[in-house]
Every structure is written in structure tokens, then in C-alpha cells.
Design a protein around this ligand. Structure first.
Ligand SMILES: Cc1cc2nc3c(=O)[nH]c(=O)nc-3n(C[C@H](O)[C@H](O)[C@H](O)COP(=O)(O)OP(=O)(O)OC[C@H]3O[C@@H](n4cnc5c(N)ncnc54)[C@H](O)[C@@H]3O)c2cc1C
Length: 416
């Protein structure tokens, strides 16, 4: 298995450029209908994943937009034929909207993570159990392979993520926040909303009282009998009972002041933001951040950071070609770098795609506060996709998904 993984390292598995993302989309689209619905839960192992799209690292950083992906799918399938795939894409939108209306859940995760990290320092037993789990030495079949696969390739199949999180929490009895952090450090699609809420869902916090228990039969069936662990927990009690906070309505998104030249800032939460600029904007230059704020770096993991830097470079080139403006790469998203880029673009307004709740949003808020002192305005725009969908993430996905036909229509997405 190790040799196979070696050939599938992150950069190979997800070439960090838009052309590769488009190629993968086109190759996957014919299978996005009935085949996806029937086969998507199967994890046949690295190199055998054409039953799923493996598009998430590109969609997560918006090298491909959700709208663009669904548009490509609807060109070959009816909405009913591709219902399952379209719903999965909307899961990402739903989780983002859900967290956007409950930012305190992200803050609580960070606080709990800091406390669990501190416990790790004090508790040698916990430390060695966590290290063994992360290095694939837990002694649980399958789990150890997924730990190595995650570190080596930056990807896990959705079902493997569910099994892994369940075994981490209920079989190994480890703090869920440290597992979520392990994912954030290594996944190329590491995402505050999908990851935190995915782990909370498995743990029984997201849907109070409802946990996800990994079972040997289910693992054997959906891994083509590659794994059948015989030492799994047989019960999964929710790790605590609490109701999620009620949603806070979203404020109206800000708009750009008319007639002013802008610097366009792209970042890890939206590398395709130049495609969503309102018409008629005078763009004087483009800046693309290769990382988040220096005090709160994002992406978390070293391998993902390298991969992301290449993706950012490709995005800068693409935006520069599309807007016919020079693009500069910022080593970090900080005020000094942006002030300089504004001077070069001769702009006092920075237009940037809004970042959903997470480290990038925090970084944008920090630099906005610093730059306002110099009279530079930073304006986070909201994509129409998010603007239309997020307000519906008030309850569970079941209720949200009833809005999908209407959301497709409002985004002018139809089957020819
Ligand atoms: C514990 C746990 C942690 C997770 N962490 C992340 C994460 O950090 N980042 C992340 O992008 N996804 C995360 N997911 C969701 C999901 O596992 C991945 O989006 C999916 O496996 C990506 O692979 P794919 O592109 O081949 O998916 P496909 O099956 O081809 O799905 C198509 C697209 O739909 C979206 N999607 C599918 N399933 C989900 C889902 N459950 N939640 C949200 N969006 C979904 C993705 O954009 C995906 O690219 C997590 C799930 C769990 C259970």
C-alpha cells in the first residue's frame, strides 16, 4: 500500500492549476448521474476513485465555482438524473451558510482545540495515543491506512472521513477537536465549515443525540473487503448534549463605492473572484495572497501550503489574463503588502471576494481595520451563489434541500 501512496502525493493527485481542474470536471461529468448515485459511497482505494469527482480541493478554493460545476453537470444530465451529485455540492453551500449564521460555533471549536492542545502537553498518555493514531499505529485496520493516506495524498473519500472520525472519537476515545485539526492540517480541501461541522456531526454534537458509529460490515462492504476491523466500539454515545445556537440573520453584503478604481484581492477562499466582479468596475491591479495572516497562517499544513502557493500563482496568471491587469503575489495577507499593492494600482479601495467564517475572514477583518487608518477601504463582496443560498441554512439539510430547485432556477441553471 505504501508504494502505491508514494505515487499519489498531493501535487500529483491534485495538479495545482485551473486547467487540470477543468479537465477533471469534464472527465467526471458523464458519471455524475445514475453512476454517482449508485457508486459514490464505495471507497475502492487510492487510484480507484472514478466513482467520485475528487473536485473538492478545487471547489473549496473556488478555482471552480459551485455554479460552474453544476452547470457542466446539467449540460449532460437532467436535474433529477444528477440529483444526488447536485445535493452533495449543495452540502458544502449549506455548511458554509449554517456556520456563517453561527460564527460562535467556529470560535467554540478554536477554544476547545486550544484547551485540548494544552491537555496534550500535560498528558503523556494522551500524547502518545494521538501520535500513534496520526502516524497510523493505532492497531485498527483501515483507520491506520487512512491516516497514512491522508498525510501522503491530502485526500480521503467521504466515507473514509466518516469512519475515521467515528473510530477516532468512539473507539480510540480521543478528543474530536484534535482529529478535526489533523484533517485541517493535511486535507487539500481543508475547510472550516465542512470539516468542523462534519466532525461535530459524527460526534453527535451537530444533530444532538445522533452519532455516527463505524461498523466493520459497512467498512468491508464499501471498501471492497479491503478492511474489516475487529476491534471497533459497538456503541457511540454523543460526547455531549447541547442544542446548536439559533441562526443570526446575515447582514446585507457591502457594495463598492461607484466610480472608484479598485485593487482586486484574491485569497484562498475564492481564487476565481475575478469572474464574479460586478460589471463596469475599474480594476487597477490584482493581488493574490499565497497565505493568510502571518500571525494566523492558512492553509495550516506545510504540504497544503506549498500546493496552495502554486494554485495561487496559477490564479494570479488567470486573473491577469482575464482582466488585462498586472497581478502580484503577496507572501501573506497583511496590511503592508496590501498598502504597497494599492499604491502600485493607484487605488484606495480593495475589492475582495468575501471569506466565510474562518481564518481568512479573520485576516481580512484585521487588515481592513489597519488599512482604514490610511484611508484604504477593503470591501468584501458576496457571491450571488452564497447570497441566495446561505439564508436557507437555518435548520437541517433536509429542509435546505427543498430549496434546491428554486436555487437552481434563480442561478439560471437549467438542463437544455
Ligand atoms: C469528518 C468529515 C470531515 C470533512 N472535512 C471536509 C473538509 O475539510 N473540506 C471539504 O471540502 N469537505 C470535507 N468533508 C466533506 C466530504 O467528505 C468531501 O467534500 C468530499 O469527500 C470530497 O471528495 P469529492 O470531491 O471526491 O466528493 P464528491 O462525492 O465527488 O462530491 C462532489 C462535491 O460535493 C461536495 N461535497 C460532497 N460531500 C460533501 C459533504 N459531506 N460536505 C460538504 N460538501 C460535500 C464537495 O464540494 C465535493 O467536491 C468532510 C466530511 C467529513 C465526514
Amino acid at each position: 500500500m505504501a508504494d502505491h501512496h508514494e505515487t499519489l502525493r498531493g501535487n500529483d493527485l491534485f495538479p495545482p492549476n485551473h486547467a487540470a481542474a477543468l479537465e477533471r470536471l469534464q472527465a467526471f461529468v458523464p458519471g455524475a448521474g445514475r453512476r454517482y448515485a449508485a457508486e459514490r459511497n464505495r471507497d475502492a482505494g487510492p487510484g480507484r476513485r472514478d466513482n467520485v469527482s475528487m473536485l473538492s480541493p478545487y471547489i473549496r478554493h473556488r478555482v471552480l465555482s459551485e455554479r460552474q460545476v453544476i452547470q457542466a453537470v446539467l449540460a449532460q444530465h437532467s436535474p433529477e438524473g444528477a440529483e444526488k451529485f447536485i445535493q452533495e455540492v449543495f452540502w458544502r453551500t449549506y455548511w458554509k451558510g449554517w456556520l456563517q449564521m453561527r460564527p460562535q460555533v467556529w470560535r467554540a471549536f478554536l477554544r476547545e482545540l486550544a484547551a485540548d492542545r494544552a491537555r496534550l502537553e500535560q498528558d503523556a498518555g494522551l500524547r502518545s495515543a494521538v501520535t500513534a493514531a496520526q502516524e497510523g499505529r493505532s492497531g485498527v485496520e483501515g483507520f491506520d491506512d487512512w491516516a497514512r493516506e491522508l498525510v501522503q495524498t491530502g485526500y480521503l473519500h467521504n466515507h473514509a472521513r466518516m469512519w475515521f472520525a467515528s473510530i477516532w472519537i468512539f473507539t480510540l476515545g480521543l478528543p474530536w477537536t484534535l482529529g478535526a485539526e489533523f484533517f485541517l492540517r493535511h486535507l487539500r480541501d481543508a475547510d472550516p465549515a465542512s470539516n468542523t461541522l462534519g466532525w461535530r456531526w459524527v460526534a453527535g454534537i451537530q444533530t444532538p443525540g445522533k452519532t455516527y458509529l463505524a461498523r466493520a460490515d459497512n467498512i468491508a462492504r464499501y471498501t471492497d473487503n479491503r478492511f474489516r476491523p475487529d476491534n471497533l466500539a459497538t456503541e457511540a454515545h454523543p460526547i455531549r448534549e447541547e442544542s446548536p445556537p439559533p441562526p443570526t440573520p446575515l447582514p446585507a453584503p457591502p457594495t463598492l463605492p461607484p466610480g472608484q478604481r479598485v485593487l482586486l484581492l484574491l485569497h484562498g477562499d475564492d481564487l476565481g473572484g475575478h469572474e464574479a466582479l460586478p460589471a463596469g468596475i475599474d480594476v487597477g491591479g490584482i493581488a493574490v495572497a499565497r497565505q493568510g495572516h502571518p500571525d494566523d497562517p492558512w492553509p495550516f499544513g506545510e504540504a497544503t501550503a506549498h500546493w496552495f502557493a502554486a494554485l495561487a500563482e496559477d490564479a494570479a496568471q488567470r486573473a491577469s489574463n482575464a482582466l488585462q491587469q498586472p497581478a502580484s503575489l503577496l507572501p501573506h495577507l497583511d496590511a503592508d503588502n496590501l498598502r504597497e499593492a494599492c499604491d502600485q494600482a493607484n487605488a484606495r479601495v480593495i475589492a475582495t471576494p468575501g471569506a466565510p467564517v474562518g481564518p481568512m475572514a479573520d485576516a481580512l477583518a484585521r487588515v481592513a481595520a489597519t488599512l482604514s487608518v490610511d484611508g484604504i477601504q477593503l470591501i468584501p463582496l458576496r457571491r450571488e451563489w452564497d447570497h441566495l443560498a446561505w439564508p436557507h441554512a437555518t435548520h437541517g439539510f433536509f429542509r435546505f434541500k427543498r430549496e434546491i430547485p428554486d436555487l437552481l432556477a434563480r442561478n439560471a441553471l437549467t438542463h437544455p
